[in-house]
Design a protein around this ligand. Structure first.
Ligand SMILES: CC(C)(COP(=O)(O)OP(=O)(O)OC[C@H]1O[C@@H](n2cnc3c(N)ncnc32)[C@H](O)[C@@H]1OP(=O)(O)O)[C@@H](O)C(=O)NCCC(=O)NCCS
Length: 170
């Protein structure tokens, strides 16, 4: 898969992305806004295991965000099951040197559309931490609607936090 966008490309991960992946993923300022399944510190071993997983994924749901020719971030969705099989949760991260250039917004718009069209979805949703104002802004710019506040629903770095529920319906 390869989507060429204004500020970046969203494409399948490649084994050659390992060095760049580890460089940008190994950052506390990225990790602090993500689920704990995203490792910190982020080692070459973590990167290798992740890239192996993406190569074996069927269907493919995790993709690289490419800027200046390098994989500098990731974006992916999790297809839900049972009666929620028309829904998917989307998530994304970008290397800190690339923040503030509209890259995540471009990538989110494009992958939302890709997920809906490829999998016949009626809903794509995201659950950012309430403190993550940049991510909330990205979701709003991409047409996601705030549905509610999940009070004290998560623990991150030892603190109990609120999360926000955003959704896109085509
Ligand atoms: C969230 C993240 C993906 C944003 O990526 P990005 O490419 O910088 O996003 P964009 O440039 O497309 O848009 C960012 C918007 O947030 C705004 N913003 C940034 N910091 C902000 C803050 N502290 N308060 C309010 N708005 C803020 C920017 O001004 C911009 O909005 P604008 O275009 O109206 O000016 C990136 O910061 C990141 O990877 N963070 C760590 C991981 C993460 O949070 N992932 C999302 C988990 S839900």
């Amino acid at each position: 898969m390869n989507l060429k966008l204004k500020s970046c490309e969203v494409r399948s991960w490649r084994s050659g992305d390992l060095e760049s992946l580890v460089t940008y993923a190994n950052n506390r300022n990225v990790w602090i806004n993500l689920r704990d399944r995203f490792p910190h510190p982020y080692t070459a071993r973590d990167g290798h295991a992740f890239l192996k997983h993406t190569r074996e994924q069927q269907p493919e749901t995790a993709f690289a965000i490419v800027a200046n020719g390098d994989a500098v971030g990731g974006i992916g969705f999790q297809l839900q099951g049972d009666v929620e099989r028309v829904s998917a949760e989307i998530g994304y991260w970008l290397g800190e040197p690339f923040w503030g250039r509209g890259i995540a917004t471009d990538a989110l718009r494009a992958l939302t559309e890709f997920a809906i069209v490829t999998h016949g979805l009626t809903r794509v949703y995201a659950v950012p931490f309430a403190s993550n104002l940049a991510s909330c802004r990205v979701l709003e710019k991409a047409g996601y609607v705030l549905e509610g506040r999940l009070r004290r629903s998560a623990v991150k770095d030892g603190s109990i936090i609120d999360q926000l529920q955003y959704a896109f319906n085509p």
